[in-house]
Write a protein that binds this ligand. Sequence first.
Ligand code: 13P
Length: 256
Amino acid sequence: MNRKYRKTVIAANWKMNKDADETKACAEEIKSLVGRVRWCDIVVCVPSVDIAAAVKAFRDCRISVGAQNVFYEPSGAYTGEVSVPMLKSLGVKYVIVGHSERRKYFGETDEDVSKKVRAVLEGGMSPIVCVGEELAQRQAGVEQEIVAAQVKLALQGVEPANLRRVIIAYEPIWAIGTGLTATPEEANRMGEHIRTVIRKMYGARVARSVTIQYGGSMNENNAAELLAQPDVDGGLIGGASLDAKKFAAIVEAANQ
Ligand code: 13P
């Protein structure tokens, strides 16, 4: 974390878990456990159908609600999709874009990701842009090139003034849901590399203002060490965020 230049953001990604009742119950528990948070922003990204319940439950506190995906067109004949104006009207502040599960199971391309990033920004919300390499790519030593390309393509056409609202989540695919975590040094090295890519595109002042999260088996035991790194400005947490106590402990680690 480097609080002088950028926000620390701890975000839960519940993925396809919890119905409306479970959302309400977990939100209430999170609210009761998370004390006064001074140093970080907290986001809970829920399934689209649970957004209304989550916004209602978090209404009287500083926890924001995020979506896990969006379509880039504002309206039209796109059966099953949800648009930026729809999310906005519900009170959504953040949208995860380009999660590796969307890229893998739903064929999302870098071009889709870039269109979604711009749509979310134009709608006044913050995209949490996911990037990260597969295990074979790390073993081949090409992880930096892979991630640099993903970042460049995702940010194509994004105005410098909007970069402040962009969050990049570095999620090495081999660490997602596997219990394998990048070491704090590995996470920091990639955070630094991503910032260098942004610096080359937008200059130093913009680059140092961008929040770069780590995601991939982050939990209540390893969060403090990961967040102690200067280029790890928060976390995007899957499994551990489904348990209010574990999630609150990660928030606590970021709030030190
Ligand atoms: P896990 O924390 O379950 O590894 O998931 C990480 C993730 O994909 C968050 O978006």
